[in-house]
Design a binder for this molecule. Structure first.
Ligand code: ADP
Length: 328
C-alpha cells in the first residue's frame, strides 16, 4: 500500500478530525503564509467584508485543506467543502453558491478539475457575487442575474499550471505551500502524538520527521503505523530506536523515500542510463499516470536534488546514484 496517496484513506478520516489544527496558532510552519493570512483575516473582519478569494497550490498532504478550514474558523464563518470532479453541471455549482451565507468560505479541492461550463459559473460569482441564470427555451431565452451573498472561494490544487487564466486571475491571494522543515515536522508529530495520547520521545519524533518527505500527512500516517509497532513489539513508547526500526520495516529509507520513489529513480538509472528520459515514457515504464508521477513523486525528489528536470527530460543526479548505493 502506498503511503503517499492523493486521497485521504479511511483511517485518515477517522483520525483527521482529532489531529487537524483548528486555528492559525496550531498550524505549524508555512510562516510567511500564516503571517500574510492573519493580516488579511483581521482586515476583512475589521471592515466586515468577505476575505479575498484564495488559491493554494502544492503537493498533496501539505495542509491546503487544513488552512482553508482554519481561515473559516478564524473568520467565524461556515466552510462548505466540495471538489472539482464532484461538480458536473453548472446548475450544481449555482445551487451550492446559492446556499452560502454572507461571508462563508467555499472550499473547492482539485479545482483544476472543474469542467469549463461549471468554471464559467464561477467567473461572475467571484467577481460580482452574482450568477446568471438562463430562463426560457432556445429562441426566447433571457438571462436573469441572481445576487449572491459575499463569500470567499478557496481553491486548492496540486497543479496551478493547469488552471485556466480567467479562473486564476480571479484569485486575489495566490500562495504556494512549501515542504516542511524537519523541526516543523517534529513539532507536528509531537502535537499529534499528544492529541492521540501516544507516548513518544522527542528523538523518536525527530526520526519520524526526517523520513516524512516534508509532508505532515505522511508524518501523521507514519506516527500511527509506528505506534502499532511500539505497542505490539516494544514497550509502547516511541523512542528513536523504535521509530527507526519500524521505519526500516516499513521500507521508508533515510531520506523518507518509499518503494515508489526508489522505483522511479531505479528506472531512470537502469532503463534509461540515468536520463534524460521524457516524463511520459518514464510514467509508462512505472505503470503510473504521468500526472501522478509529476505531482506526487517528483516534487520531493527535486527538492532533495536527486533528479533534475531538463528540456530533454528527467535526469538522475549524482546524489541519486549515491542514495541508491551505486557510487560512493
Ligand atoms: P492537503 O489538503 O494539502 O492535501 P491537508 O490539509 O489534508 O493537506 O493536511 C494533511 C494532514 O496534515 C492533516 O492531517 C493535517 O492534520 C496535517 N497538517 C497539515 N498541515 C499542518 C500544519 N501546518 N500543522 C499541523 N498539521 C498539519
Amino acid at each position: 500500500r502506498r503511503l503517499i496517496q492523493t486521497e485521504e484513506s479511511r483511517e485518515d478520516l477517522v483520525y483527521e478530525p482529532k489531529i487537524r489544527p483548528k486555528m492559525l496558532s496550531d498550524y505549524i510552519g508555512q510562516e510567511k503564509l500564516k503571517e500574510m493570512l492573519s493580516i488579511y483575516i483581521e482586515a476583512a473582519k475589521k471592515r466586515k467584508q468577505s476575505l479575498d478569494h484564495c488559491l493554494f497550490y502544492g503537493p498533496p498532504g501539505l495542509g491546503k485543506t487544513t488552512i482553508s478550514n482554519i481561515i473559516a474558523n478564524e473568520l467565524g464563518v461556515n466552510c462548505k467543502i466540495t471538489s472539482g470532479p464532484a461538480i458536473e453541471k453548472p446548475g450544481e455549482m449555482a445551487a451550492i453558491l446559492n446556499s452560502l451565507s454572507e461571508g462563508d468560505v467555499l472550499f473547492v479541492d482539485e479545482i483544476h478539475r472543474l469542467n469549463r461550463q461549471v468554471e464559467e459559473v464561477l467567473y461572475p460569482a467571484m467577481e460580482d457575487f452574482a450568477i446568471d441564470v438562463l430562463l426560457g427555451k432556445e429562441s426566447s431565452t433571457r438571462s436573469l442575474r441572481l445576487e449572491l451573498p459575499h463569500f470567499t472561494l478557496i481553491g486548492a490544487t496540486t497543479r496551478a499550471g493547469l488552471l485556466s487564466a480567467p479562473l486564476r486571475d480571479r484569485f486575489g491571494i495566490i500562495s504556494k505551500l512549501e515542504f516542511y522543515k524537519k523541526e516543523e515536522l517534529t513539532k507536528i508529530v509531537l502535537r499529534s502524538a499528544k492529541v492521540l495520547s501516544v507516548p513518544i520521545e522527542e528523538d523518536g519524533a525527530k526520526s519520524i520527521a526526517m523520513r516524512s518527505r516534508g509532508t505532515p500527512r505522511l508524518a501523521n500516517r507514519l506516527l500511527r503505523r509506528i505506534r502499532d509497532f511500539a505497542d505490539v513489539k516494544y514497550e509502547g513508547v516511541i523512542t528513536k530506536d523504535v521509530a527507526e526500526e519500524s521505519l526500516d520495516l516499513l521500507n521508508v529509507d533515510k531520506l523518507g523515500l518509499d518503494q515508489n520513489d526508489r522505483a522511479y529513480l531505479t528506472a531512470i538509472v537502469d532503463k534509461y542510463s540515468g536520463g534524460p528520459v521524457g516524463l511520459e515514457t518514464l510514467a509508462v515504464s512505472l505503470g503510473e499516470d504521468s500526472g501522478t508521477v509529476e505531482d506526487m513523486i517528483e516534487p520531493y525528489l527535486l527538492l532533495q536534488g536527486l533528479i533534475d528536470r531538463t528540456k530533454r527530460g528527467r535526469v538522475a543526479t549524482e546524489s541519486a546514484y549515491r542514495h541508491l548505493g551505486l557510487v560512493q
